[in-house]
Design a protein. Structure first.
Length: 299
């Protein structure tokens, strides 16, 4: 994998929510003092296509194994290489957080704003920032002139040989298609109308949860009382109309169909992904890492 920060595999860039939700504050948010709240429903929400890509914890695992091999390479060149600090397992975001709208636990405290990163995530992000500020000669040794050479290339070859990094193109394309197609199904359209009626009775006029989340009034440094009130009504209406259940059921049906139609592409991507994860697991086990996020099921 290229030297980039771990990304979640919830349809972040694909969700309509991502194109309409409020922007994050320009200043760096302070880390949350405790693990950020996430509802049980968000933790439990899984969709069929999730099996064909890495989640955040798995991406961290590959990064950490690769880091061990990069450190050996850099040390061989008499250069220091600081390992990325681990992320606590409970601090990783669920893969489908906010896929169908605001999360209940988050809405109460943060409205539609993004939750502040917990301390372990902040530490890892800062470590990435420090790497971007390394002296030019250290960067060249680590990444080569192309950004894909140097000790990074050496570490990747030691990790998986000539196996190409996992390609998430099929997953990204299909998960976006499934979300949009499920939104157009009869049962989801009905549920959204019921949600709209529920919100209207509470004094809020939005056609769907994405529009509520994307209200320009929420483009503030901190969530306002009006924003939190709207978000609380939003999640209450989601619950009363069973919107998430209806929507996820519809999308699950569509994702199963897309998986059947794209079996070769998806199975190839999953096989590559599994090889990287298995290799990372071997390196970490050899090093004696005991972080719970590195304990994967047998491949």
């Amino acid at each position: 994998m290229s030297p980039s920060r771990a990304r979640t595999t919830t349809a972040l860039a694909l969700l309509l929510l991502a194109t309409t939700a409020c922007t994050a504050p320009e200043h760096e948010p302070a880390p949350a003092p405790h693990s950020p709240p996430v509802s049980w429903q968000a933790r439990q929400l899984r969709l069929p296509l999730d099996a064909y890509t890495s989640d955040v914890a798995e991406t961290h695992l590959v990064e950490d194994a690769q880091d061990i091999l990069m450190r050996r390479c850099m040390n061989g060149l008499h250069l220091e290489w600081k390992s990325l600090p681990p992320v606590a397992p409970q601090d990783t975001k669920p893969p489908n957080l906010r896929r169908y709208g605001a999360d209940e636990a988050t809405a109460v405290r943060y409205g539609y704003h993004l939750r502040p990163d917990p301390p372990s995530v902040v530490r890892r992000n800062r470590a990435w920032d420090e790497r971007e500020a390394l002296p030019a000669e250290v960067q060249r040794a680590a990444y080569g002139l192309s950004g894909e050479g140097g000790c990074l290339k050496t570490a990747q070859h030691q990790l998986v040989g000539d196996t190409a990094p996992p390609d998430d193109h099929a997953f990204n394309q299909l998960t976006g298609t499934a979300l949009e197609a499920s939104r157009r199904t009869l049962e989801v359209r009905h549920a959204l109308r019921w949600w709209h009626t529920c919100m209207a009775k509470a004094g809020f006029n939005y056609p769907d949860p994405y529009t509520a989340a994307g209200d320009k009034r929420w483009k503030t440094a901190e969530p306002t009382s009006a924003e939190r009130a709207t978000a609380r009504a939003d999640v209450a209406c989601q619950k009363s109309t069973r919107l998430v259940k209806v929507w996820s059921t519809a999308e699950t049906r569509i994702q199963h169909r897309l998986i059947r139609q794209n079996a070769d592409r998806l199975h190839k991507a999953k096989a590559s992904n599994d090889r990287w994860l298995a290799a990372a697991h071997r390196v970490l086990n050899h090093e004696g890492h005991t972080n719970p996020q590195h304990h994967l099921p047998d491949q």
